[in-house]
Design a protein around this ligand. Structure first.
Ligand code: FAD
Ligand code: FES
Length: 366
């Protein structure tokens, strides 16, 4: 009997010592105290150490692009670390080029702030703000795409370049225990500074799209930050080629608003890919752009047109239709938006035809 008590006592003692050691470790190793993040040499934020650089910056309202919400799967949250930050982590390697590594570019969502850290970010990131808005309308564009109009609070205005995107916050909701931010391109005109409109496709089991499609209602509050992105309208006299699939149409529509509101006289053709007739949207807007813009043509094409739809427009993949019509790439520039697979194929087609890479702008909706 004594030996049973001794064994139980020894196990309890060992467990107790482990628990004590863990508590001490949590309070010491995991406690980095207050540390300073210095941005672009002159802005200093003091934060509690231990969190990721991305989270620590967001807490201080410094917004770095982060399309995957910090999961380390988009590669958007790169910053240059001048001092501190520790060694590059295996989770960053897939998104860093050799030259990134040489220049100490890191994924801010992966490296933790455990010591004073000095970073360099583009000045425009410091202009990114968080906005509180309310839902003015939310309606179906197609069975799987919602059109969302957000009204900014009365004292706010947003300035963005046509083509840029914002990050919308999905709060916790039934079935989702985490707050996430996801990237959505702005559909609306950059001249309406009191609203933004978005086109959001449903992704089965997607956190943010489930929130938008199943929970968000008119008059609800919505938080977003932005604007972000280097996919935007370039002002010159080249002919413009737009290629998009699905919600990739969104930033192109904003660019078309910009052309119309500024009476810009540039030839433009928009190749748009969808599966079938019910996946087409903004057709009235496209008609109106055709009627009002200097020289604009909208060419929708369907990859899975149903017989009963009586579709007599273009059929097949958008890449095939682009190849069919685009024979002369002299003096053009291209704007591509949508799935990474589509964009890679179109970039290849355009480069094979001789269009220099620097005249191909794209946003991959990863
Ligand atoms: C610059 C940029 C602009 C964007 N603009 C738009 C836009 O205007 N409209 C829009 O609808 N989306 C846009 N996206 C995509 C958007 O940011 C989200 O990735 C998408 O809405 C899914 O978010 P979620 O939280 O619902 O899914 P998550 O919870 O992030 O993902 C759930 C699961 O679905 C997978 N998944 C994620 N996205 C897709 C997808 N598109 N197709 C299939 N599987 C997927 C994920 O790998 C994961 O397994 C944009 C992305 C980027 C990077
Ligand atoms: S936020 Fe997507 S990789 Fe860091």
């Amino acid at each position: 009997m004594n030996s049973i008590f001794n064994t139980v006592g020894t196990i309890s003692l060992i467990t107790g010592i482990f628990a004590l050691l863990l508590t001490i470790a949590n309070r010491t190793i995991g406690n980095y105290g207050k540390v300073d993040i210095t941005i672009n040499k002159d802005k200093i934020y003091t934060v509690d150490g231990g969190d990721t650089l991305l989270s620590s910056l967001i807490e201080n309202k410094v917004f770095i692009p982060s399309a995957c919400g910090g999961k380390g799967s988009c590669g958007y949250c790169k910053v240059k670390i001048i001092e501190g930050g520790g060694p590059v982590l295996p989770t960053e390697l897939g998104y860093l080029t050799d030259s990134d590594i040489k220049e100490n570019i890191r994924l801010s969502c992966q490296c933790k702030v455990k010591e004073n850290i000095k970073i360099e970010i583009p000045e425009e990131f410091l202009d990114v703000k968080e906005y509180l808005s309310s839902v003015e309308f939310i309606k179906d564009l197609t069975p799987s795409i919602k059109h969302l109009k957000l009204k900014l609070s009365s004292d706010e205005e947003i300035n963005f370049k046509p083509g840029q995107y914002v990050q919308l916050k999905a709060p916790k909701y039934k079935g989702n225990n985490e707050e996430v931010f996801r990237a959505y391109s702005i559909v609306s005109s950059p001249y309406d500074k009191k609203h933004i409109e978005l086109a959001i496709g449903y992704v089965p089991e997607g956190i943010c799209t489930t929130y938008v499609h199943n929970f968000l209602k008119v008059k609800d509050k919505a938080v977003f930050n932005g604007p972000y992105g280097d996919f935007y309208y370039h002002d010159n006299q080249r002919e413009m080629i737009f290629v998009a699939v699905g919600t990739g149409m969104a930033p192109i529509v904003s660019i078309l608003h910009h052309l119309r509101e500024n009476n810009i006289s540039r030839k433009a053709t928009f190749y748009f890919g969808a599966r079938n007739v019910e996946d087409l949207f903004f057709l009235d807007e496209m008609k109106s752009f055709e009627e009002n813009l200097y020289d604009f043509k909208f060419i929708p094409c369907l990859s899975r047109a149903n017989e009963e739809d009586g579709w007599n427009g273009e059929k097949g993949r958008v890449t095939n239709v682009l190849e069919k019509y685009l024979d002369n790439i002299d003096n053009i520039e291209a704007y591509l938006c949508g799935s990474p697979v589509m964009i890679d194929s179109v970039v290849k087609i355009l480069k094979d035809k001789g269009l220099p890479e620097e005249l191909i702008y794209y946003d991959k909706f990863e």
